[in-house]
Design a protein around this ligand. Structure first.
Ligand code: NAD
Length: 456
């Protein structure tokens, strides 16, 4: 506890001394972050292979690639993001200049999960650095190899009073949360999100909560079936379904169900081969607890495809389940694994009504060609963000904010939204000294009727 107190105090002094403020410093630190990733690329590939059996291709596309894009984007736009934003003023403020100044919070805590253990620890850090903060990162204890390399490379690159990785489990996390932080950025489960918010409230520390949920993939009767199949299979089984925005369940129009499932089975074979458990790059389940939880789901409904498991290497085949009930255990929590239950609807109104009362998911995917129906789905269902005729892809666009709503979280990041998340918007009014409009002062000459006119 004492060690953590010292660490936070050191970071606060570092911040207070102005070591993170200047544009040139922030830019240099972002460049250093990129160089660090390049230098350690091979170790990163090795670590992710150990933790999740990730192939180099998957590590590059879903972890490193996203980080490189985010860093480049931040470096490119940093100066413009940091510039005070000029705003207009009403007539009553004649002679004033008004602007919003983006101020760093100070010392930030970033707590991250195991499923994209590199990307989800460092993507928030890009925002924290760009906005001029110091940061402590607490990665997940379940992706041990990645946590070790994270700590090593950060230590090798940054002063610990600027950025530091603190490894450990929930007890360490709890101890860190006893400290006073100026911002907390948490990525993980909804249950732990609640704990984070409660702890943060003790110091009135603002939070971003990037949580999960049950994200539906809806396929309508006019969807392009082949593409829908390919994109849903990719979105669901990337990282063996251990993706916060993976389609949790499939909701398909009964007219196209058979055709879609046939195509999906074809796609699974084309991506992972006839025996995915023998595929050297097939992702494994992170630990025994999650493996057992997922294996148990295989007793729900009936298996349409897959269903085999490898208990030694903690692998579960890409699996499609039919005849699952909305009341089954697997429909009460986020599946977070390579198992996709299928439900059908007869018209889209029915699907929308069924989904409306459910907890707001992190993502939603709608496949269909009709613009009006696309609009209806976006307008009447609440969810963090999503794609039309695709899955996952929205999160890799740095121009779009990424975050949840309701049970799937609060706040958002990526691109400029990361910078804004880690900045306080300070409103500044600069008054003129050349004249002084009298009407706001008591006892002035202007009649009340004139004031009423101006301020109506
Ligand atoms: P988790 O909530 O169990 O753990 C996340 C982090 O919190 C870990 O670092 C862990 O050590 C720490 N933690 C655990 N219990 C804690 C406690 N009581 N007090 C303080 N800290 C604690 O989540 P996970 O299993 O690592 O990740 C899976 C979840 O994360 C899923 O629900 C998934 O949807 C969600 N997720 C969300 C996003 C997103 O961007 N919204 C991304 C990835 C994962």
């Amino acid at each position: 506890m004492e060690e953590m107190e010292t660490l936070v105090n050191n970071q606060r002094s570092f911040f207070m001394n102005g070591n993170t403020i200047e544009y040139s410093i922030r830019k240099e630190k972002l460049q250093l972050l990129k160089q660090m990733l390049k230098k350690y690329e091979t170790d990163i590939y090795d670590a992710l292979k150990i933790d999740l059996n990730k192939s180099e291709h998957e590590t590059l596309t879903t972890e490193l690639g996203i980080l490189y894009t985010e860093i480049d984007f931040a470096i490119k736009h940093l100066q413009e993001w940091m510039a005070p934003e000029k705003v207009n003023a009403p007539m009553t403020h004649k002679g004033t200049k008004n602007f919003i100044f983006k101020e760093p919070y100070g010392v930030c805590l970033i707590i991250s999960p195991w499923n994209y253990p590199l990307q989800l620890a460092l993507a928030p850090l890009i925002g924290a650095i760009a906005a001029g903060n110091c940061a402590i990162i607490k990665p997940s204890e379940y992706a041990k190899a990645t946590s070790i390399i994270l700590e090593e490379m950060i230590k090798d690159t940054f002063d610990p009073s600027f950025v530091k990785v603190v490894q450990g489990d929930k007890e360490i996390s709890e101890k860190l949360l006893q400290q006073r932080f100026d911002y907390i950025f948490f990525t993980g489960s909804t249950a732990v999100g609640r704990i984070i918010m409660k702890e943060a409230s003790k110091h009135l520390t603002p939070v971003t909560l990037e949580l999960g949920g049950k994200s539906p993939a809806i396929v309508d009767k006019d969807a392009s079936i082949q593409l829908a199949a390919k994109r849903i299979v990719w979105g669901k089984f990337t990282n063996a379904g251990q993706t916060c925005v993976a389609p949790d369940f499939l909701y398909v129009h009964d007219k196209v169900k058979f055709k879609l499932l046939k195509e999906m089975k074809k796609q699974i074979k084309s991506f992972y081969g006839k025996a995915p458990l023998k595929n050297k790059d097939y992702i494994r389940i992170i630990n025994q607890k999650h493996f057992d939880r997922l294996k148990n789901y295989l007793h729900n409904g009936s298996i349409l495809h897959g269903g085999n498991v490898d208990s030694e290497y903690l692998m579960i085949e890409p699996t499609i389940l039919d005849k699952v009930s909305w009341e089954d255990e697997m429909m009460q929590e986020e599946i977070f694994g390579p198992i996709l239950p299928v439900f059908t609807f007869h018209d889209i109104e029915e699907a929308v009504e069924r989904l409306k009362p459910q907890e707001k998911p992190l993502a939603l995917y709608y496949f269909g060609e009709n613009g009006k129906t696309q609009q209806q789905v976006i307008q009447y269902l609440s969810f963090g963000g999503g794609s039309i005729n695709d899955t996952l892809y929205h999160l890799a666009n740095p121009h779009l904010p990424f975050g949840g709503v309701g049970n799937s979280g609060m706040g958002a990041y990526h691109g400029k939204y990361s910078f804004d998340t880690f900045s306080h918007s300070k409103s500044i009014l600069k008054q003129t000294t050349k004249f002084d409009l009298p009407f706001r002062y008591p006892g002035g000459k202007l009649s009340q009727s004139l004031v009423k006119k101006i301020m109506k």
